[in-house]
Design a protein around this ligand. Structure first.
Ligand code: PLP
Length: 381
């Protein structure tokens, strides 16, 4: 009797004894909200990126919202951003009353380009919010020059790129502000969570806005002054990361070199074994890029491959119990953004039809990797 193999999920976090010990330590400490563990994570991000400040928050979405608020982006203003992304940045732009202006991506890296962004600048443009697709950092030297030339705020949505660099510059270190995600499927997973990093004046403003506009944190007041002794200096929101989350996030963050090495090895194995398949395009990595490999994103050209993207995904799932994912359904195809006027986005729409993310994460065994390679190749025979 043959046994069907266990399903292989698209993603699974790798949580070890150290993470569990840190969370238990927090549970036993008597301090659960933003405090010493969040401070540890903020220090680690600051050290790795070499940025002036970092603030641990509830999600990357919260970090994006705070980035726009701290940057003073508001009604009537435009923010240039990709449509080939998760809806978080466009939604945050919407919530400050501004308008997302979608620009097209490069058809091989799936990152927006400085040229496309430059062509979209109008007198209403206030910011560029790039996104490092799949963990490959955008050309930030060129984006920095463009933003400086036009006096624009530069935001890096580095949700996919917690441990990536280009020409020796870490992702998240070039923008005025950058945002990171510790969501359950991200390269450092804490269930939920995010970090806002960057210029001290802006992060300080965000810190105030992210704790109701109150002039001190709960940890700063704890044991030192009456907990009711505070002032609300501006109307803010509640976005601070809890120490329970930070305990998990900080250990995962410290393990990123190990995790990224494993992701890169899996990516290299896939590229070595799949690059010859007709109509399947393995990821393009630009010179100088240390890829973070959150995604192993292939493109499947239905005119040259035996199957289209949907058929490959269905074949892997139904015949091999291997789950895949798609990044992304472009935001201009979704809900409130569908009716918005936008520039032509041909490469974004090509990727929407052809892109597929294969499982690529450190909890995979070598056998899992071989299984995926074998299954994909079988679909091409
Ligand atoms: C590019 C991008 N930005 C932002 C987010 C939002 O992250 P979070 O879930 O931490 O708010 C995601 C989440 O998947 C993402 O892929």
């Amino acid at each position: 009797m043959s046994h069907a193999p266990a399903p292989l999920p698209w993603n699974r976090p790798l949580i070890g004894d150290e993470e569990i010990a840190e969370v238990l330590d927090t549970l036993r400490s008597g301090w659960l909200t933003h405090g010493p563990k969040a401070t540890r994570l903020e220090h680690a991000v600051r050290e790795r990126l070499g940025v002036q400040d970092a603030f641990a928050v509830t999600s990357c979405t919260a970090a994006l919202h705070l980035a726009l608020l701290a940057g003073g982006i508001g009604p009537g203003e435009e923010v240039i951003t990709p449509s080939l992304t998760f809806c978080a940045a466009p939604n945050a732009i919407h919530h400050v009353g501004a308008r997302p202006v979608f620009v097209d991506v490069d058809s091989t890296t799936l990152n927006i380009t400085p040229e496309a962004a430059a062509a979209a600048i109008t007198p209403a443009t206030r910011a560029i919010a790039v996104m490092h697709y799949g963990g490959q950092m955008c050309d930030m030297r060129a984006f920095r020059a463009l933003a400086d030339q036009h006096h624009l705020l530069l935001i890096e949505d580095a949700a996919h790129a917690l441990h990536a660099s280009r020409d020796g510059m870490p992702a998240g270190s070039v923008g005025d502000l950058s945002t990171f995600s510790f969501y359950a499927n991200k390269v450092a997973a804490a269930g939920e969570g995010g970090v806002l990093a960057g210029r001290a004046d802006l992060v300080q403003r965000a810190r105030l806005l992210g704790r109701h506009g109150i002039d001190s944190s709960a940890w700063q007041r704890h044991g030192k002054r009456n907990t009711a002794d505070y002032e609300v200096t501006v109307p803010g929101l509640k976005y601070v990361m809890s120490d329970l989350t930070a305990a998990l996030a900080a250990v995962q963050y410290d393990r990123l070199p190990e995790f990224t090495r494993r992701r890169a090895a899996i990516a290299a194995a896939y590229t070595g074994a799949l690059a010859d398949l007709p109509g399947l395009f393995t990821p393009t990595v630009e010179p100088g890029v240390e890829h973070g490999w959150f995604l192993y994103a292939v493109l499947i050209d239905p005119d040259a491959a035996p199957l289209d993207r949907g058929q490959v995904a269905a074949g892997l799932l139904e015949r091999h119990q291997i789950a895949t994912s798609v990044h992304f359904k472009p935001v201009h195809f979704l809900g409130p953004y569908r009716d918005m006027a936008h520039r032509p986005l041909p490469a974004t729409e090509m990727a929407a039809a052809r892109q597929l993310s294969l499982p690529c994460y450190p909890a995979m065994t070598d056998q899992d990797v071989e299984r995926v390679i074998h299954a994909v190749r079988q679909l091409w025979t």
